[in-house]
Design a protein around this ligand. Structure first.
Ligand code: TRP
Length: 326
């Protein structure tokens, strides 16, 4: 029996290079070794976007097209939409009964969002329960491993805590204690050197045209100490260089050599980077254009995903109800 993986992404916008190197590239590798469940977490999106729901639906299809185009393979992995498998809500409800308020109120991600997010009202019952739904997502499939970013570690801690509470209370070892798989690639920064995020308008999207990519890369900050062409550069503090390391590592030595010797200027260096990123993205976009024409095929993939996910999920719910004498 292969070990089980579950991961999810909230459909809150178009996918960008940060999603590719931070999550999807990793998912593609994991599907060779594990039984993977990849989920569009639309209910999680709703928990933060409930005031403005207009884009959620569109983003769901858009993100799934990107997943398929980068190589998430429906023959190997189960690809599904959270809201199409209502068992998530059943387990979420059961877990809500036994999750102490304190561990949710103390959760670092919750405290941070409460402090930082000013544009939306997240002071709600639903948002406090966000990690409880996430625990239900993971435990419904009895996942052994959960590939996530570092920011999600507190949610995995809570997931294990909830599994422990359930197993102890009902004296049955139904749920596992899943671990995170952290991505190896260092975080890809945005065009402006901050975290790559749609809300900072500093992303390169998987759907950007070559012209737009060239334009965006030309605006990137480089080594602040390199003002004139003849100034020697410092690749290790240059965001453009970090993109080379992530996307074209074979050019690392050559590029850092130019930069330190000031033999090639930043404009030229960015142009070459843009060309390499475009060649990475072009095949993805071609596949996407093909799939986009075949909406039926995508729907069929999601239907099959829902069926497979549901059959595992309903079995877990049955076990849980039985343990609870319901
Ligand atoms: N909370 C995750 C995020 O914001 C998304 C998510 C929802 C998830 N359910 C999950 C991730 C289950 C891993 C497993 O990125």
């Amino acid at each position: 029996m292969r070990k089980i993986i579950l991961s999810g992404m909230r459909p809150t916008g178009k996918l960008h290079l940060g999603h590719l190197v931070g999550a999807l590239d990793n998912w593609i590798k994991l599907q060779e070794e594990y039984q993977c469940f990849f989920m569009v977490a639309d209910w999680h999106a709703l928990m933060s976007e409930y005031e403005n729901t207009s884009e959620i639906s569109e983003n769901i299809t858009d993100n799934v097209l990107d997943w398929l185009s980068v190589g998430i393979d429906p023959e190997k992995s189960v690809i599904f939409i959270q809201s199409e498998v209502p068992e998530h809500l059943k387990l979420y409800m059961i877990f809500s009964c036994l999750t102490p308020l304190g561990i949710l109120e103390r959760c670092p991600t919750y405290k941070e969002q409460m402090r930082e997010v000013k544009m939306r009202n997240l002071n709600t019952y639903g948002f406090l329960g966000y990690p409880v739904l996430q625990a239900a997502d993971i435990l419904l499939y009895k996942a052994d491993k959960v590939p996530v970013g570092k920011d999600q570690l507190p949610h995995l801690e809570l997931t294990r805590e909830i599994a422990r509470l359930f197993n102890n209370l009902y004296k049955k070892d139904i749920f596992p204690y899943p671990d995170a798989i952290l991505t190896q690639t260092p975080k890809l920064l945005g065009l402006d050197g901050r975290k790559m995020s749609k809300s900072y308008l500093n992303t390169i999207n998987l759907s950007d045209t070559p012209e737009l990519i060239i334009k965006k890369i030309s605006t990137m900050f480089t080594d602040p100490k390199r003002i004139k062409l003849s100034d020697k550069g410092h690749p290790d503090t240059c965001n453009v260089f970090s993109y080379y390391s992530t996307f074209v590592p074979r050019l690392n030595n050559e590029v850092s050599d130019w930069c330190m010797k000031a033999s090639v200027g930043c404009t030229e260096c960015k142009r070459l980077l843009a060309g390499n990123i475009i060649s990475k993205i072009t095949p993805i976009q071609q596949k996407r254009a093909e799939l986009g024409k075949d909406k039926d095929k995508v729907r069929k993939i999601l239907d099959a995903g829902r069926e497979k996910a549901s059959s595992v999920a309903s079995q877990t719910i049955e076990e849980a109800f039985k343990a609870m004498n319901l």
